[in-house]
Ligand binder design. Structure first.
Ligand code: ADP
Ligand code: SF4
Ligand code: MG
Length: 340
């Protein structure tokens, strides 16, 4: 197996709030190999964006970071702001959610590209910079004839593709794409996925692809990590996780997506918890259809299940299971309004 580009170990991120720390990422571990696309999925508020930004050292003020993000034998969590700044762009890229956040309306597309390259690769000859920019734009479906146009001359979908090209022109080793396709129509979405797949083949770029669209994950990702309440509760190869989801939360997420197009609406009752005071033990227990006595009592360990790793007491470890732990958790039924 090739060495990972990035190893994240027990990463924690918390935000200071007036009610106490909000533990948005609470002990996350994963590896990313060269050219690999890891999909990160889960409901809103589970910590996906915080994880993506934390890995790149791009957290807002007041956020605290702990654990390891190993990149080229260094722990980025302990690196100085200056060192991270130097890596950002040429090594570590970020594709933002909002297409216009980084395009300056007063500058031509060509200027955006040439300035970005000049800032990070000052020795690159101008002709080469132009060549590389046009190539990556072409790969994103923007023809060379539009190279000198202004941002407002493009549709939202095209601007989004330009943004992605701008992140990729520096050929970063690792890119975080945070829901890059949410605002786009289905056709453009499919196109972008195809192009991302080409680019990683050509440049060996590894991607952390944050999305709530499981269809995209099935199509574009090698592995998937399912996040719930600040933890990765299941991860593994996409085909295995989708064919044989092992964690009840993954099972419910998949069911909610599948049934949308087939047998009508299924959604997971309740909502992800408040991360200031999360539920005890397994954080999914208040919503879990398979909860057992042990679940609210003890935090589940990360255990291997085939090619997956799962944090759920259904999969052990048996030696840590307390007496009676496997009995069904009895709790009050949550009733919808009483009929009068
Ligand atoms: N700047 C912030 N200050 C305080 N809490 C935040 C901040 N950003 C996010 N959070 C909280 O962290 C949790 C995870 O948010 P986020 O990472 O955006 O999740 P996701 O991307 O999965 O929707 C949420 O409970 C959110 O309210
Ligand atoms: S540990 Fe218990 S509550 Fe949590 S997902 Fe597994 S069965 Fe459900
Ligand atoms: Mg988010």
């Amino acid at each position: 197996m090739t060495e990972p580009v990035l190893s994240v170990r027990e990463l924690r991120v918390w935000y200071g709030t007036e009610h106490g720390p909000a533990r948005a990422v609470d002990g996350v571990t994963f590896d990313l190999r060269p050219g690999e696309v890891l999909g990160l999925v889960g409901e809103s508020g589970c910590g996906k964006s915080t994880l993506g930004r934390g890995v790149l050292g791009l957290l807002p003020r007041g956020a605290h970071l702990d654990g390891e993000v190993i990149y080229q034998d260094r722990n980025l969590v302990e690196a100085s702001a200056r060192e991270i700044q130097r890596l950002r762009g040429p090594e570590l890229g970020l594709i933002f959610q909002e297409p216009l956040t980084r395009l300056n309306p007063l500058l031509r597309i060509s200027e955006h590209f040439e300035e970005t390259l000049k800032a990070h690769e000052p020795d690159l000859p101008k002709g080469e910079a132009k060549h590389r920019s046009i190539e990556v734009l072409r790969a994103m479906g923007i023809p060379p004839t539009r190279y000198r146009a202004y941002p407002h001359e493009f549709s939202g979908g095209m601007r989004q593709r330009i943004m992605i090209a701008l992140a990729l022109v520096l050929r970063p080793a690792f890119v975080v794409a945070d829901e890059p396709t949410t605002a786009l129509d289905v056709l453009v979405e499919a196109q972008i996925i195809g192009i991302l797949a080409d680019l990683r083949r050509n440049f060996d770029t590894s991607l952390l692809f944050i999305t709530h669209n499981l269809g995209i994950v099935a199509e574009a990702c090698d592995r998937v990590a399912v996040m719930y309440a600040g933890r990765i509760v299941e991860q593994g190869p996409v085909n295995d996780v989708f064919a044989r989801p092992q964690h009840p939360y993954t099972q419910e997420l998949l069911r909610s997506t599948i049934s949308l197009s087939t047998t009508g609406l299924h959604y997971i009752p309740g909502a992800p918890p408040d991360l200031i005071n999360p539920p005890s033990g397994c954080r999914f227990h208040p919503r879990c259809p398979k909860a057992m006595q042990v679940c609210p009592q003890r935090f589940p360990e990360r255990v291997p299940v085939g090619p997956q790793t799962v944090e759920c007491w259904l999969h052990g470890p048996d030696e840590l299971m307390p007496d009676g732990g496997r009995e069904i958790l009895v709790r009050e039924e949550i009733t919808v309004a009483d009929e009068a």
